[in-house]
Design a protein around this ligand. Sequence first.
Ligand code: HEM
Length: 398
Amino acid sequence: MTIRYNLLSPELKTNPYPAYAEMRRNAPVCQVDPGGMWAVTRLDDVVHVLKNPQLFSSRGFGVATNPPWLGGNPFSESMITLDPPEHGRLRGLISRAFGPSAMARVEPRVRAYAEQVVAELPMEQSVDILPTYALRIPANVIGDLLGLSPSLHAHLKRWADLITGGVTTVRPDDHERKQMARDAVTDLRRYFGEFLEERRRAPADDLASELLQAELDGQALKQDELIAFMALLLVGGIETVVHLLGASLLVLLERPELLERLRADRSLIPAFIEEVLRYEPPVHAAPRTTTQEVELGGVKLPKGAPLLVMLGSATRDEAHFPDPDRFDIERGGSKNIPFGHGVHFCLGAPLARLEGRLALEALFDRVGRLSRGSDAMTWHRTLVVRGVGSLPIVLHPA
Ligand code: HEM
């Protein structure tokens, strides 16, 4: 009999990979805690689920992040919670903003942010690299992309956390945290609403102004749809990149020879990033719900069964990645799926890769060696994301 694992237990927070391997071996589709959702752990099954939205709906994402006590959540109304055909209509409008020409336009600004953040890092003393580097770069980039005031950039991740993890992990009797989540939704709607009004009156060179001009079937996007998209970018575009950068530095801290190699040959950075995304993927699970009775991995699932599509396990699936627990930038990753698959494939993947590359290049220009800082590191995990929570490091100049 397989153990019923709790994905949020301290052991699985620190290192979930032995448990994932056991599930892949003995029970590739099985119930897990909290909540008894069905974890899908083999890469082939994961791809099958993500390729068939008519059988495995994304609507559950919206339900989980909008419990009755919250009274509405813009993230829960965003396209990540929609199925075809509504999903495709919205995505078609928005995807241009993340295409190659948009990336070429944002690159100099991302580079400038990365260089500024790295220039402000203290050297030769213990510093938690998460708030000082890994968080500041993506929060600035998303704030800047949307056109939000820089004074707000520091609050963006807090809002994003409160409207997702802050909602799904709150205890039923924790009225204080529930109120914090409600306040975050109210603040976010009010702030984004006022901001969109301003841009309507005076458009600027930013994504919000572009979205205001975009049209769906000849009609402008509604205010709620615009706010939902902005909330999705906060949630999807900040914490994920924080974890990509946190994991990158952890890997380099443990492998000084690799740091030297990358510093000497910057062309290896993209392959390094792909392997970090496989080895420590920021998104461990994508939620889905069955739309009818369906068989998956030899298990019959009833209609309405909540699933967790375990990307964190699929990227270590030995059937596709030989010796999967070994970090190897040479392996090449055509099967890698840290950004998901199918209709919801991450819209921000080119931006995430760009941020990762420029953040590391800026760091390598100034830093020659890393060593452990004074405190222990911690891991952070929700049902959906996992990554380094704090990472004290000493940076030594190049
Ligand atoms: C390393 C960083 C990132 C990772 C690992 C990641 C991962 C993912 C995954 C797995 C999905 C699919 C979820 C599903 O199928 O339910 C997704 C969707 C999405 N991501 Fe990312 N993401 C990252 C960065 C970003 C960034 C920087 C942005 C935007 C600025 C972004 C915006 C989005 C959006 C808008 C969606 C929804 C797409 C849709 O529903 O069609 N992501 N991401």
